[in-house]
Design a protein around this ligand. Sequence first.
Ligand SMILES: C[S@@+](CC[C@H](N)C(=O)[O-])C[C@H]1O[C@@H](n2cnc3c(N)ncnc32)[C@H](O)[C@@H]1O
Length: 258
Amino acid sequence: MDVLRPEPIEANGVATMYHTALAKDEFVEWSKSYDKSILQLLLFGPSHRAVIKRLRSQFGDRPFRVLDVGCGTGVFAERMRTALPHAEVWGVDLVSAMLDKGRPRYAAHEGRIIPIQGDSERLPFATASFDAVTCCNSFHHYPHQDRAVAEMRRVLVSGGKLMLIDGYRDMPWGWLIYDVCVAGVEGAVHHCSAKRFRDLLAGAGFIEHAQRRHPGFAPFIFNEASAPAMVPLPHIGVANDAAQRGRVTAESAARQRN
Ligand SMILES: C[S@@+](CC[C@H](N)C(=O)[O-])C[C@H]1O[C@@H](n2cnc3c(N)ncnc32)[C@H](O)[C@@H]1O
């Protein structure tokens, strides 16, 4: 199979035409100038500040472990560490060149920022590893967005927080920027509508989903949700009464199946 060829993908009723190889090509090139992009000012900075504000209100002075998916050169990871000194920040990114650019930044934080190369759709972490998962300005690159959200859910502890931001395209200006201009430059990336975010997060079992729209030159949508303490079992042959009453987690049910 030619892994470099984009393939149409049907996920949750929305077809996308994108492949991670396109993201790799783009970000290997962009890594050279990424930290100086005007988008740092217009979009990335404001979105980082919005997430940090919510993390502070959720975790206060408590120590917590956060995974930043699509962490890039670590600008956001460093901002989290500076603003929230009790945070242990892990970052995962598909593109080694982006992580390499962030090395001096990571080194300055002496093991409190841990970068890992990996794909958002197959997170290289054990189940229930993190108190929070953040994802800023990266989600539109994921060909199977439902798989990425399921992975974010899997690596969160019960009650863990998801904070997911991407460009907001449900109004004419946002549509022009993201669906026309950004898609024109980046290829068939997919910026989700607010409804699609709601469907994706509900489909992965997230609860308490709140959405905030941030207007501005580069508008973005901030999705915040919680991983439930228990998740309902899928309807499988081995489902039993206890599971039906929600006393068995999906994970232990998976163990029963194997
Ligand atoms: C626009 S940058 C955003 C970086 C950072 N989150 C920020 O807000 O500054 C998007 C990042 O997503 C990464 N990325 C794209 N596809 C990915 C995937 N499937 N899994 C993990 N990271 C991915 C890219 O390599 C890039 O570093």
